[in-house]
Design a protein around this ligand. Structure first.
Ligand SMILES: Nc1ncnc2c1ncn2[C@@H]1O[C@H](COP(=O)(O)OP(=O)(O)OP(=O)(O)O)[C@@H](O)[C@H]1O
Length: 582
């Protein structure tokens, strides 16, 4: 095995630690290397490598030892290399478990294997964006099940996604960007497409900041080629891109005060045309609110701020539904029939702990997911330790570890936990007030050691003592985010759209889930908690393998100074104890 292997990987207990080298090392992941690991009688004897984890999971399936299904949990902070590692694992299985032809050349990865891999550029184009921490940051979590048949050949896959950061469509932080797909379109469109999408060269879009920056990820042709491979035909592609262009036009809309009649409506028309809805109705939806009073409807003009909020809401709703439609399409294209596959290897790529200057509902959900995964990891780690002691005939004594059950209770307990109280507040038929919510939380949870309040802070907030450290959550806007309301007028309008895709995605979501009629009754935390519970059920039923990605500059320095496993091991232990600071 190449000597460089040890530089980037080491083992720490039952976890593989992967250090992001921030530069390509093709020799480390070539087809020959894959073959070498796959064909080795004892791959564990090689130096640590992600392919050893991949191969071990694969052999577990071949061995049919319970639990036969496997999960590869890839964790780490933003930019640490989770997506890269997940892609690498998928490539490994698409190669060594190829059903089409076996390990002949790079071109052997075709048909279903090719399609499974092609889901990556599409999901990344629509779900990734350039952030301050990573040029290609996944703004959603994903669990990919690679489906294997009786002979352990890859016959399909399915993807489950979690919590897309849809706010990014209408609001990007300074020096960050919108989702890649918008830039890809703007940079890669042909003259004809530009005309159709009303996107002339040099046009400024408010929702496309930092478009002068050129990234490797701006490759439109690659996304289109992947769409073609997955069976998204030219007409569907046209519909998708027109909707996206319509979203960009929405971002350029400005609203003056409702008393001012001289509003520019040219832009409304462009957006309306691209979204295939009548321009006057689109305008009405932004500018007038329908209030129900018994059986009567009262029309109320919206303030300037309300108009902008409704515009943003429309853009976010469209993008989120489009993303969901894409994921369903991808699943239909790559999922094997239930009678075809019997086992799976799942790859979980989720966001790591987040602690920013300002944290809100998104960070609360993400950190809750990490608490759940931590609990799963600790349980697995202790079980593995216990088995090792027993197999060596040693007496098992309880090892002290940081129990995070009390923090989980604080968040998820019903009826008195943070999520339940947040949901209660969200269901009240009145505008949310962060101060009232804060008082309620303190009254109900004041004696819980895992939650606290900074008495000197003027902003309504609460602090949760997570296993990885304390995080301050701002309460301003939290209830509203949890409600995630989409005005019913907007949904009605989209259902009437002449765009077959827009019509379909909004009509389907209504029929599949009647509770979303107009206002979403299922709150964000309830939805997230449910999807996380399903994920945990799957994880509990599989044999887990943990990979922890790290990107610490400190680690790189240590490596260049002392080529020892110990330093990386120590570093991992440190990053495990305080993952936020790494
Ligand atoms: N093993 C590797 N070899 C070469 N480059 C790598 C490797 N791992 C990561 N990188 C580089 O680091 C960048 C960031 O990695 P990646 O996007 O996988 O991070 P992430 O943990 O998924 O971040 P996020 O949570 O923001 O999505 C990649 O775009 C790639 O350039």
């Amino acid at each position: 095995m190449a000597d460089t292997v040890k530089v980037f990987y080491t083992n720490a207990g039952c976890t593989l630690v992967a250090l992001n080298p921030f530069q390509p090392f093709p020799d480390l992941y070539s087809l020959d290397v894959m073959k070498e690991y796959h064909c080795a009688p004892q791959p564990q004897e090689f130096k640590p490598h992600i392919f050893i984890v991949a191969e071990e999971a694969y052999r577990n399936v071949q061995g049919q030892l319970e639990p036969v299904n496997q999960s590869l949990v890839v964790s780490g902070e933003s930019g640490a290399g989770k997506t890269w590692t997940s892609r690498c694992l998928m490539k490994y299985y698409a190669t060594v478990a190829a059903s089409s032809s076996v390990l002949k050349s790079q071109d052997t990865v075709e048909r279903i294997e090719r399609r499974v891999l092609d889901s990556n550029p599409i999901m990344e184009a629509f779900g990734n964006a350039c952030t301050l921490r990573n040029n290609n940051s996944s703004r959603f979590g994903k669990y990919i099940q690679l489906q294997l048949d009786r002979c352990q050949l890859l016959v399909g896959a399915s993807v489950q996604t979690y919590l897309l950061e849809k706010t990014r469509v209408a609001c990007q932080l300074a020096n960050e960007r919108n989702f890649h797909i918008f830039y890809q379109m703007m940079k890669g469109a042909t003259d004809e497409q530009r005309k159709e999408w009303k996107m002339p060269c040099g046009q400024h879009f408010v929702w496309l900041p930092n478009s002068e920056k050129t990234l490797e990820e701006d490759c439109f042709l690659e996304t289109v080629a992947a769409m073609v491979h997955l069976g998204i035909n030219a007409e569907r592609q046209r519909q998708i891109f027109k909707i996206l262009a319509g979203i960009l036009q929405l971002g350029n809309l400005n609203f003056s005060s409702s008393t001012d009649e001289s509003q520019p409506c040219n832009l409304d028309e462009q957006a309306a045309e691209l979204l295939c809805v009548p321009a006057e109705e689109l305008q009405m939806c932004f500018r007038v609110r329908t209030l129900k009073a018994g059986k009567q409807s009262v029309l109320k003009p919206c303030s300037q701020a309300e108009c902008s909020m409704r515009r943003d809401c429309l853009a976010k709703a469209i993008y989120a539904q489009l993303f969901e439609w894409l994921v369903t399409f991808i699943n239909n294209s790559i999922c094997a029939g239930t009678s075809t596959w019997c086992n799976f290897i799942g790859v979980l790529d989720v966001y790591g702990f987040e602690c920013f200057q300002i944290n809100n509902l998104e960070q609360l959900c993400i950190n809750y997911a990490n608490e759940k995964l931590q609990q799963h990891f600790v349980a697995h780690y202790l079980r593995a330790q216990q088995e090792e002691y027993v197999s060596e005939g040693l007496e098992w004594s309880f090892v002290k570890y940081k129990d995070n059950q009390s923090c989980l209770d604080l968040l998820e307990r019903s009826p008195v936990g943070v999520f339940s109280l947040l949901n209660e507040e969200s269901r009240l038929n009145r505008a949310s007030d962060p101060k009232t919510f804060r008082v309620r939380l303190e009254k109900e949870l004041g004696d819980n050691a895992n939650i606290s309040w900074d008495k000197f802070s003027k902003e309504p907030h609460f602090t949760v003592a997570h296993y990885a450290g304390k995080v301050n959550y701002q309460m301003e806007g939290m209830v509203e985010k949890n409600k995630d309301p989409v005005p019913p007028e907007l949904i009605n309008l989209l259902q009437k759209s002449d765009s077959p895709l827009l019509h379909q995605i909004f009509t389907d979501s209504e029929t599949e889930n009647p509770t979303t009629k107009g206002l979403s009754k299922v709150t964000v935390v309830s939805k997230f908690k449910n999807s996380l519970e399903s994920l945990m059920k799957i994880l509990h039923s599989t044999t887990p393998h943990y990979t922890r990605c790290i990107k610490s500059i400190l680690a790189c320095l240590l490596w260049t100074k002392s080529d020892s496993f110990l330093s990386l091991g120590l570093l991992f232990t440190f990053s495990f104890i305080c993952p936020i600071s790494m």
